[in-house]
Write a protein that binds this ligand. Structure first.
Ligand SMILES: Cc1ncc(COP(=O)(O)O)c(C=O)c1O
Length: 376
C-alpha cells in the first residue's frame, strides 16, 4: 500500500456539500471580496484563538507582512527571527527594507532559542518574531519576558500552529500580533491562499491592520499610508468557516497518529532516529508536521527507502534562511547557526494527516523500522 504525504481529498468530502451550497449563494449575491463570510470568519477566529481581534488576509505571508507594517517596522530596523522556518518569515522583513537577524534554535523543539534572542537584541531591534514550528509553541514565556523587559513587540508566526497550546494559553495569546496561514496543507486549510492576522488586545492596532489591508484607505479613496492589497476572498472565508467546526477533531486525529508512531517506533535508538518531543508545559502540539531527526547522515537514504516503498515524506527545510542566496548580503557564514544547520541535514517529516488509517500508519512505521533492521 502506498501512503501519500497528505491526502486532502479525504478531508474535503466532509465539507464539500456545504461549500457548494455556499458558493451557489455567493455567485447569486456577487460580493466576492470582504463580505459577510469574511466578517463571520473573523469573529469565529477570534473566538477560536482567544485573541481579541482577527483580520482576514490574503495569505499567511501577507498576515505577517501587515503585522510588521502595523508595528511600523521599516528601513534599517532589525527583526529577530529563527533561520529554521519557511522563507516567508524572513522574506516579509526584508521586503520592508528591514534587516532579518537570524538566530539559532533549540535542538529538541526546532523553535527559536530564547537565549539566542536575548543575545541578538540591539538598539535597532524593532520586533521579535518567534515561529511555532510544526505545530508546537515556541518558549513564549521566556521570549515575552525578554521582549517586555526591553519594550520590544513580539509577532507570533503561527502559520503552522493555530490551535497549539501551552502555559495555559493558545497561539495568538502571547505576542502583540500574530500571523496565521490557511494554505491548503495547514491543519485548517482553504481551497487556495488565505490567512489571518490576530491581534491580542489592541483595538487601534487592529484598525491599522484593517486599513493597511486595503492600501491604507479610510474612508474610500483617502489613503493614510501606503498599504497593500491583502484582502481575503469570500469563497476562501466560506470554506474556512465550513471547516472550522472540524478543526479540533483534526488536531486530535493528528495527535493520535503521532502517539501511535511514537509507540510503534520506540524501539529505535535515539542515536538512529529521534522522535518529536512535546516539551511545552500544559501544552498541545497540533502536529502540522510529524518531524523526526535522522542521525548519522542517513536522512536522504531513509527518504529514498520510503519512496521506493511508496511512502511519502518531506524535508522542511533543507536550506535554512541564513544560507539562502538572496540573504548572502547579510554575511552569515557556514557554521554560524550550528543547531539550525544540523537540523536542515537531519529532519524528515512523515505523513500524519488525521484521515490516515491504522493500516497506513503501520505501513509507514514498518518501512522506517525495516530501514534500520535491514541495515544492522
Ligand atoms: C512558518 C510559516 N510562515 C509563513 C508561512 C506563509 O504562509 P502562506 O503560504 O499562507 O503565505 C508559512 C506557510 O507556508 C509557514 O509555514
Amino acid at each position: 500500500m502506498s501512503v501519500p504525504m497528505l491526502d486532502l481529498a479525504a478531508q474535503n468530502v466532509v465539507v464539500k456539500q456545504k461549500v457548494l451550497n455556499g458558493l451557489s449563494t455567493l455567485i447569486d449575491r456577487c460580493t466576492f471580496v470582504l463580505g459577510e463570510n469574511v466578517t463571520g470568519l473573523e469573529a469565529d477566529l477570534a473566538g477560536y484563538s482567544g485573541a481579541a481581534f482577527a483580520v482576514g488576509m490574503s495569505s499567511g505571508t501577507d498576515a505577517l507582512l501587515v503585522a510588521l507594517m502595523a508595528l511600523g517596522v521599516g528601513h534599517g530596523d532589525e527583526v529577530i527571527l529563527p533561520s529554521f522556518t519557511f522563507f516567508a518569515t524572513g522574506g516579509v522583513v526584508a521586503r520592508l527594507g528591514a534587516v532579518p537577524v537570524f538566530v539559532d534554535i533549540d535542538p529538541v523543539t526546532f523553535n527559536i532559542a530564547p537565549r539566542a534572542v536575548e543575545a541578538a537584541i540591539t538598539a535597532r531591534t524593532k520586533a521579535i518574531m518567534p515561529v511555532h514550528l510544526f505545530g508546537q509553541l515556541a518558549d513564549m514565556p521566556k521570549i515575552m519576558e525578554i521582549a517586555n523587559s526591553k519594550g520590544i513587540p513580539v509577532i507570533e508566526d503561527a502559520c503552522q500552529s493555530l490551535g497549539a497550546k501551552g502555559w495555559g494559553k493558545s497561539a495568538g495569546q502571547f505576542g502583540q500580533i500574530t500571523g496565521c496561514s490557511f494554505y491548503p496543507t495547514k491543519n485548517l486549510g482553504a481551497f487556495g491562499d488565505a490567512g489571518s492576522t490576530l491581534i491580542r488586545n489592541d483595538e487601534s492596532l487592529t484598525q491599522k491592520v484593517r486599513r493597511l489591508r486595503v492600501h491604507g484607505m479610510e474612508p474610500v479613496y483617502v489613503h493614510h499610508e501606503v498599504g497593500m492589497n491583502g484582502r481575503l476572498d469570500e469563497f476562501q472565508a466560506l470554506v474556512l468557516r465550513a471547516k472550522l467546526p472540524f478543526l479540533e477533531g483534526w488536531h486530535e486525529g493528528r495527535r493520535k497518529n503521532a502517539k501511535w508512531y511514537m509507540q510503534r517506533m520506540k524501539s529505535l535508538s535515539q542515536d538512529d532516529l529521534q522522535l518529536p518531543l512535546e516539551v511545552v508545559p500544559d501544552g498541545r502540539h497540533i502536529y502540522n508536521q510529524f518531524t523526526v531527526r535522522v542521525k548519522r547522515g542517513r536522512r536522504d537514504k531513509l527518504q529514498a527507502h520510503l519512496k521506493a516503498q511508496g511512502i511519502g515524506s518531506a524535508i522542511f527545510y533543507p536550506i535554512s534562511l541564513h544560507k539562502q542566496p538572496c540573504f548572502e548580503y547579510l554575511g552569515y557564514k557556514k557554521g554560524s547557526l550550528p543547531e539550525t544547520e544540523l537540523a536542515s541535514e537531519e529532519v524528515l517529516s512523515l505523513p500524519v494527516y488525521p484521515e490516515m488509517t491504522e493500516a497506513m500508519l503501520e505501513e509507514v512505521a514498518k518501512s522506517v523500522l525495516s530501514f534500520y533492521n535491514d541495515s544492522k
